[in-house]
Design a protein around this ligand. Structure first.
Ligand SMILES: [Zn+2]
Length: 389
């Protein structure tokens, strides 16, 4: 703690380069250095007085700390010393064992480095303060890193940002999903697309055959009729004799062109797969031209085509929406898997995939009464204790 004021740089010097004997290692000081404690106390006090918190608020946190049974037992442990093993720590203080070396006390408050440890009763209010101005998750965590701490603070901040109505409504449009190329049909007119097109005030019904892509190097007429069509230009008769193109080659060229198209599309748009929705899921809706997300709406069922759902409309009735235009509203109470994910996963990896992996791994393992996981080989897997910053 005495060195926290300095930016120390450690350099290794081999013994042979040390010409003068290292006095400190040869003559360690036996008696307790009273100045160490003084310096540490001074440092802690200096930190405490530099907090950007009013005295009134500090008093509130202080009195809440005194009423918090868990923090009081942690306080006793800080003063009297922590046991060697976590199993010897009382249940209420176990959460603090991983960070015990960074815990300290200052004017009846508990501190973790430069941060105040907030008692349970004040955490909700602090989480709301951290999210003032509707900053994003990273910014909220950054603010917390400079001021406050409690076990699982990171998960609490994440949750608070996720359920904030204002942030949900003003969230950006979701990224595009990976391109799904349409496979080439087996024969002409097997799959036909039609759409309405407006040109110079007139409406047209445009029909297109999926079997006539231009990427194959063969004209639609050659694919359909096996020969080139006559034009106003003169042409030799033999050019108009039917001759079927190599279908295997066409299929290969088409697949290759679509693969490349998908690759560049996905790269350009930074695409991301969105998780599937289930009937009853609460969602907010936003089309590309809308400014804010509106809702809530409820998923009725999948509409039959990929990434498309029937949902209740906020205005009544039901509408069909693409998955990209739907954002899931987190449930009011956090799911159990969420807590598990937060404690087993290092910060910064928030991909939905890892949450799914956990649930997929549920099958071959079982859980002991103490909440520890037993792997397939019978080994008891203890959750990693990490400092939750
Ligand atoms: Zn917000």
């Amino acid at each position: 703690m005495r060195l926290m004021r300095f930016n120390a740089k450690a350099e290794y010097a081999p013994g042979k380069t040390l010409v003068i004997a290292d006095a400190l290692s040869r003559s360690p000081i036996d008696d307790k250095d009273s100045t160490t404690e003084t310096v540490v106390t001074c440092y802690v006090n200096a930190v405490c007085h530099s907090w950007p918190v009013s005295q009134h608020k500090l008093d509130k946190i202080r009195s809440a700390t005194q009423d918090d049974g868990q923090l009081q037992s942690v306080l006793r442990l800080i003063k009297n010393g922590w046991p060697e093993r976590i199993s010897s720590v009382t249940n209420s203080a176990k959460e603090y064992f991983a960070v015990k070396d960074s815990l300290s006390t200052c004017e009846d408050l508990i501190t973790l480095g430069c941060r105040i440890v907030i008692p349970q009763s004040r955490r909700q209010e602090i989480v709301e303060r951290l999210h003032d101005g509707h900053q994003g998750l990273s910014k909220c965590r950054e603010r917390a890193r400079e001021t406050v701490w409690w076990p699982k603070i990171s998960a609490d901040i994440k949750r608070s940002v996720e359920i904030c109505t204002f942030c949900q409504e003003n969230k950006r449009t979701q990224r595009k999903e990976p391109l799904q190329p349409t496979p080439l049909p087996e024969r002409p007119w097997q799959k036909v697309a039609t759409d309405i097109c407006e040109y110079k005030g007139k409406h047209y019904l445009v029909t297109s055959d999926y079997y006539s892509p231009t990427s194959t190097g063969v004209s639609p007429a050659e694919l359909l009729m096996g020969r080139k069509i006559r034009t106003t230009l003169p042409s030799l008769k033999r050019n108009l004799v039917p001759k079927w193109p190599d279908r295997a080659l066409i299929r290969h060229r088409d697949a290759e062109a679509k693969r490349q198209q998908a690759f560049y599309f996905n790269k350009r748009h930074g695409v991301r797969d969105l998780p599937q929705l289930r009937p009853g899921d609460q969602v907010l809706l936003k089309l590309d031209e809308d400014k804010t997300w509106k809702g809530p709406a409820s998923v009725i069922r999948e509409s039959g085509t990929q990434r498309s759902y029937l949902v209740t409309s906020p205005k009544g009735g039901e509408v069909r929406r693409n998955r990209r235009h739907m954002q899931v509203v987190p449930p009011a109470t956090p799911a159990k898997t969420e807590t598990m994910k937060e404690t087993t996963e290092p910060l910064g990896t928030e991909s939905q995939g890892s949450g799914q992996r956990l649930s997929e791994n549920d099958d071959p393992t079982s859980t002991t009464p103490e909440g520890l996981t037993v792997t397939r080989s019978g080994r008891v897997s203890k959750p990693v204790m990490r400092m939750d910053v």
